[in-house]
Design a protein around this ligand. Structure first.
Ligand SMILES: [Zn+2]
Length: 84
């Protein structure tokens, strides 16, 4: 696996805590322990794939209402919103 930006192979898998704007644009949520890459040259960042996955999950999943911060794993495993 190489860095998405500089193609260095000196990267390690890491996790990152991020703030994300919710689809309604009115609020943000902190997402914890998101899988990330850490590159010696470019620093710590999320891949496009993970970015898309989080965007999609925030659209389609019911978030736990109780908290400001949610674990990435909790988000990805949250129940789907009912649509009716
Ligand atoms: Zn890099």
């Amino acid at each position: 696996m190489n860095c998405m930006w500089c193609e260095s192979n000196q990267i390690i898998e890491a996790t990152k805590d991020c703030y994300w704007i919710l689809p309604d644009g009115l609020a943000s949520v902190q997402i914890l322990q998101v899988p990330a890459l850490s590159c010696k040259n470019c620093g710590l960042y999320l891949t496009d794939e993970i970015n898309h996955e989080i965007d999609f999950a925030l659209y389609t999943r019911n978030l736990p209402a109780r908290k400001n911060g949610i674990l990435y794993k909790e988000l990805i495993n949250a129940p789907y919103k009912t649509t009716f």
